[in-house]
Write a protein that binds this ligand. Structure first.
Ligand SMILES: O=P(O)(O)OC[C@H]1O[C@H](O)[C@H](O)[C@@H](O)[C@@H]1O
Length: 346
């Protein structure tokens, strides 16, 4: 656990409490009153609040906080597999394991802890994990809350085995939005994406931003109709496909903006070592079939995940991989040059 600014009282900045199941969770606070909470169950971020105490991450009202299943919402860690692209359980086992607090982590660059309260969590594979995935690794997650309320997550995966291994990874980031139809994502335009609703077929994003204003856009309609004719899929499947977004954008810029027009605020996602971005909103049809998703709640959730999916990381013995995600919230009126978004062409 760490704390850097001398004026802060570490005991006030970092608190360890128990969740409903008696599992430890760590609450980080900054001097302005912002907070972040991370559970040892999955090293999942379960809350991130601004200085006014407003929650910024989505958690389903029907979320089940019980091991071994990950809670629906917050930021689960998907490792060593994203989705079902491998032999492991969906999104890998890391989100379903109990992590430990790492009191003596290897150092990180000073700017990843200065003027921040932070905690380091550690996952090592159990015998059971080794049977399913026979690779010896150490996964360290540093969770930092800065004085301006930014939440930074730094993952370090080290291969301590005698042979190389591959893995995919995602910070499955459930943003809380006013209404999905009021949101646009900038930074993904013109990129290629794999569409999970079309058997991971590759498309190119055509719009000048990704929006969710209706169940299906005219262009999407055209694609779906063409697909329908070509593949002769059933009407039921067609309706389901027309109602949600489940994509992996490839080789994206390192800054993505999620603009929430109704709340007049923008989430800025900065990432390093995470080339892909997974975007998911189940829309109501799929959400209704999920026991841990409340009716209509899909409207208030948007997953935008910094990830490594298309080309899994190949880690040789002794090597370490790092993936860094920084989440900030700024007023929508904030000038894009001030955010460094000009690099994305916004
Ligand atoms: O229900 P979960 O295991 O949390 O997965 C939720 C979603 O995660 C990702 O975004 C996948 O691309 C989706 O296909 C999946 O439905």
């Amino acid at each position: 656990m760490g704390h850097s600014a001398a004026v802060w009282d570490p005991r006030a900045a970092i608190e360890i409490t128990k969740d409903l199941n008696g599992i430890d969770q760590i609450v980080l606070r900054n001097p302005q009153g912002a907070s972040a909470r991370v559970s040892l169950h999955g090293a999942q971020i379960t809350s991130w609040r601004n200085e006014n105490g407003e929650e910024l991450l989505f958690t389903s009202s029907k979320a089940i906080f019980k091991a071994p299943k990950a809670m629906r919402g917050g930021i689960p860690i998907c490792f060593p597999q994203f989705e079902n692209c491998g032999s492991l359980e969906l999104h890998g086992f890391a989100r379903n394991k109990i992590w430990t607090i790492d009191d003596n982590p290897p150092p990180l660059p000073a700017n990843d802890s200065s003027r921040k309260s932070f905690v380091d969590l550690l996952l090592k594979p159990s015998e059971e994990d080794m049977k399913a995935w026979p690779h010896s690794f150490e996964f360290r997650l540093r969770v930092c809350l800065s004085v301006n309320g930014d939440l930074t997550l730094i993952s370090r995966v080290r291969n301590i085995n005698g042979k190389p291994f591959n893995f995919s990874f995602a910070y499955h980031t459930h943003l809380l939005v006013s209404d999905i139809s009021e949101v646009r994502i900038e930074g993904l335009e013109t990129l290629d994406y794999l569409d999970n609703l079309f058997q991971k077929e590759r498309f190119t994003e055509q719009g000048d931003a990704l929006t969710f204003e209706s169940e299906v856009s005219p262009l999407g309609c055209l694609c779906i109709c063409t697909w329908h004719l070509l593949m002769r899929i059933s009407r039921k499947v067609l309706e389901d496909v027309a109602s949600k977004v489940d994509r992996v954008y490839l080789s994206s810029p390192n800054v993505i903006a999620v603009l929430d027009h109704e709340r007049k605020r923008t989430f800025v996602i900065r990432k390093e070592g995470l080339p892909d971005v997974a975007v998911w909103n189940p829309w109501d049809k799929k959400a209704k079939s999920m026991a841990d998703f409340g009716d209509e709640e899909y409207k208030h959730m948007l997953c935008v995940d910094g990830a490594v999916i298309e080309r899994p990381v190949n880690l040789r013995p002794g090597e370490e991989w790092r993936g860094r995600l920084q989440l900030s919230v700024v007023p929508s009126s904030f000038c894009s040059e001030n955010l460094g978004l000009e690099k994305t062409g916004l």
